[in-house]
Design a protein around this ligand. Structure first.
Ligand SMILES: [Zn+2]
Length: 349
């Protein structure tokens, strides 16, 4: 087996990291999020069914997880393809596709999209949150789980010969379950065997990212190759954020384009706006963490696509970057965040 050291691995095979270009490190192109359906408030049940239309779009934007069809991103491959071409035209090079086992990873579709658009697509190995683990997964030992993750990177995933190039997003709940704990340990073991990049979805509590990094470290992972996703909705306090930044992993703001009043999954959290996200990134840059920041949209429902009035995969390049410049984050720093940091993270060590 040839070593992947010094290379990044896309669904079409290993590439030189220099070729990746501007990279979104946390997106989904084909995914089934039915596992997270949240019943709407009493009296609003009829709004869950039926197609996405102008007249229910505002409600869907406020209650994205209460509309059944909205959760079926995998039905939109044609629209996704069109949007990938727009991403490429806007200067984009690579998308890390974070769909793992449990939410409908589709290796063949990812390969087809990469072939038809010329965008580099990097697929994710491993498992999503506990509520999507099969009884078989829940019964596995850390060694068995490690074997599966390593095979998904070296041999191919889901019965195909198409290979993953990162581990994750690895799903973690709050509190962390035993099965998720074993998957995290397996992630760490696969990481230390292969020198691969890993990416974690933390539970919705500001202590969760600290706990997860500790578990990974104790199990032998290289924290400098680790991304903590969804910091937008996880650590809102600046002092705590700077404490977390000291641990040395990548700090990902990956919910760009998500703005709503009421966060269905965690009503205690005020979901930040895009302007708030830029403010937090500016704080991290000012504190010297520009080599650790990553950005993405985490598109995972239909209403985020331009086809349904959403922002699409080009929002960061087209709208957020100009606003970052206005807010005093230089092009040089932006290029670190969107180009150099993803390249360094995605290169096998
Ligand atoms: Zn995700």
């Amino acid at each position: 087996m040839p070593s992947l050291r010094g290379k990044a691995q896309t669904v079409l095979g290993p590439v030189e990291p220099e070729h990746l270009g501007y990279t979104l490190t946390h997106e989904h192109l084909a995914m089934d999020y039915s596992c997270s359906f949240s019943p709407p408030s009493p009296g609003q049940e009829p709004l869950s069914d039926g197609p996405i239309e102008m007249k229910n779009l505002f409600w869907i934007k406020q209650n994205p997880y209460s509309h059944k069809e909205n959760l079926l991103l995998y039905q939109e491959t044609d629209a996704v393809k069109e949007e990938l071409l727009r991403f490429k035209a806007a200067g984009g090079g690579t998308i890390v596709e974070n769909t793992t086992t449990g939410i409908g990873r589709d290796m063949n579709t990812l390969k087809k999209l990469a072939e038809e658009t010329g965008v580099h697509i990097i697929a994710g190995a491993g498992f999503y949150v506990d509520s999507t683990h099969s009884s078989q997964t829940q019964a596995m030992t850390v060694e068995q789980l490690t074997g599966i993750i390593v095979d998904e990177i070296l041999k191919g995933a889901d019965g195909t010969d198409i290979k993953c190039g990162v581990v994750g997003e690895i799903g973690c709940s709050w509190p962390l379950t035993q099965s998720e704990h074993r998957v995290l340990q397996a992630t760490a073991q696969a990481q230390s065997q292969l020198g691969c990049p890993i990416i974690i979805h933390p539970g919705r509590h500001s202590d969760a990212p600290f706990q997860l990094i500790r578990i990974l470290q104790e199990a032998g992972a290289d924290v400098s190759k680790t991304v903590m996703s969804h910091l937008d909705r996880t650590i809102c306090d600046t002092k705590k954020l700077l404490e977390f930044a000291e641990l040395g992993c990548y700090l990902e703001y990956d919910l760009f384009g998500t703005e709503f009043l009421h966060y269905q999954f965690h009503p205690d959290t005020d979901m930040p706006s895009d302007n708030d996200r830029i403010t937090r990134i500016r704080i991290l840059v000012d504190e010297g963490y520009e080599d650790r920041i990553l950005m993405a949209h985490d598109v995972h429902t239909k209403h985020r696509l331009m086809k349904y009035g959403g922002h699409g995969y080009s929002h960061i390049l087209k709208n957020i970057v100009p606003k970052m410049l206005i807010r005093g984050i230089s092009q040089d720093k932006i290029d670190k965040i969107l180009l150099a940091n993803p390249k360094r993270w995605l290169t096998f060590k």
